[in-house]
Design a protein around this ligand. Structure first.
Ligand SMILES: CC(C)(COP(=O)(O)OP(=O)(O)OC[C@H]1O[C@@H](n2cnc3c(N)ncnc32)[C@H](O)[C@@H]1OP(=O)(O)O)[C@@H](O)C(=O)NCCC(=O)NCCS
Length: 160
C-alpha cells in the first residue's frame, strides 16, 4: 500500500517529466486557457512566463504528448501554475509534477515553496494539502477577475 502511494509521486513507467521546450508553448497556452480562464486571461499570460529566465517550466510527457505542466519562480520559490489535461486528472500526473518541482527546489537550495490557489478551488486545495502544503492566509482580489486566493506553503527537505 505504501509502495503504491509512493509510486504516484513519480511519472508512470514509460512516461517522463522534462524541461519544457518552445514547442510546448501552444499546449501550455491552450491548457491554461481551459483550466484558468475563469480567473483571467491566463491562456495568454502563462506562455509569457515560460520565456522568463527566472521561471522553470516542466512538462509531463506520455507517448510523446504533453499531459500537464508546472512552473516554478526560482527567485521567489513560488509555484506559479500547475495543470493537467482534465481527461488525465486524478491519475497521479499532478503529484508527479509537484514532486519534480519539489526536487528541483531542493537542488536550487530553496527553503520554502509558496503558491496561490483560488479560495473556491477545492480540488487544488485538497491536492496541495495532501502534498503537505499548509494555508498561510488569504489574499483578497488576487486574480485579475477579482477572486480571492489562498496562500499556501511547504518547507523543502534538504538531504545534506
Ligand atoms: C490540481 C491538479 C493539478 C491536480 O492534478 P491531478 O493529476 O489530478 O492530481 P493527482 O491525480 O496527482 O491527485 C493527487 C491527490 O490530490 C487530490 N485530488 C486530486 N484531484 C481531486 C479531485 N478531483 N477531488 C478531490 N481531491 C482531488 C487527491 O487527494 C489526490 O489523491 P488520491 O487520488 O490518492 O485521492 C489538477 O486537478 C488540475 O490541473 N486542475 C486545474 C488547474 C488547477 O486548478 N491548478 C492548481 C492551481 S495553480
Amino acid at each position: 500500500m505504501v509502495r503504491k502511494k509512493e509510486e504516484r509521486r513519480y511519472a508512470k513507467q514509460g512516461d517522463f517529466i522534462r524541461l519544457a521546450i518552445e514547442d510546448d508553448c501552444g499546449f501550455i497556452g491552450r491548457l491554461s486557457s481551459e483550466v484558468f480562464s475563469t480567473f483571467g486571461d491566463y491562456g495568454e499570460t502563462v506562455p509569457q512566463w515560460f520565456v522568463n529566465s527566472g521561471i522553470i517550466t516542466v512538462t509531463y510527457v506520455k507517448n510523446g504528448h504533453p499531459l500537464g505542466f508546472a512552473m516554478l519562480s526560482v527567485l521567489s520559490g513560488e509555484i506559479l501554475a500547475i495543470a493537467v489535461i482534465p481527461k488525465y486528472q486524478r491519475s497521479g500526473v499532478g503529484s508527479a509534477l509537484l514532486n519534480h518541482i519539489e526536487n528541483l527546489a531542493s537542488r536550487l537550495g530553496l527553503i520554502t515553496l509558496l503558491l496561490h490557489t483560488a479560495k473556491d478551488n477545492d480540488v487544488a486545495h485538497s491536492f496541495f494539502q495532501k502534498a503537505g502544503f499548509e494555508v498561510l492566509g488569504t489574499q483578497e482580489e488576487y486574480y485579475p477577475r477579482g477572486q480571492p486566493a489562498l496562500i499556501m506553503s511547504k518547507g523543502i527537505y534538504h538531504n545534506r
